[in-house]
Design a binder for this molecule. Structure first.
Ligand SMILES: [Zn+2]
Length: 145
């Protein structure tokens, strides 16, 4: 008798990693298709880059978390960039910027504390040129997808 199929699912919840980096894999998954350039299948090394802009603890529906998403709704990227809270034992809300030749896409991501849960995309939106200029002036570290 073979192993029950559900056991396989528990032991390997993530698809095989392309980059060796789970975050990079998640971002690539979220950016297919890329809202800025329309690329359906973003591939490693094709010029797409991402950077973490902000992170907030999402233990519960706190005032801080509401404020965090209000800043996101208001496209207040500079204020968001000041919020860099992290606690590996609780869920987090993360804002990423994804850059390609055609522009900048902002991603709001829910990152669960549970190691075996995947990140999930809450929202994605392309920003205009003036906002992109603001974002590119922030102290961000871009990583190739
Ligand atoms: Zn693109």
């Amino acid at each position: 008798m073979g192993m029950p199929s559900w056991l396989n699912k528990v032991s390997s919840p993530h698809p095989p990693s392309v980059s060796g980096n789970a975050t990079t894999d998640d971002i690539r998954r979220f950016i297919c298709p890329c809202l800025a350039c329309g690329e359906k299948q973003v591939e490693p090394g094709d010029g797409h880059q991402y950077a973490l802009v902000a992170s907030e603890i999402a233990r519960e529906a706190s005032m801080e978390l509401r404020h965090f998403f209000q800043l996101y709704e208001n496209h207040d990227w500079a204020a968001l960039n000041h919020i860099q809270k992290f606690d590996g034992t609780v869920n987090a809300a993360l804002i990423y910027a994804v850059q390609c030749n055609c522009g900048l896409t902002m991603l709001a991501v829910r990152s669960p504390a549970e190691l075996y849960d995947s990140d999930s995309l809450l929202d994605a939106r392309v920003v205009g040129e003036s906002e992109a200029t603001v974002i590119k002036a922030l102290p961000l570290t871009f990583t190739s997808i």
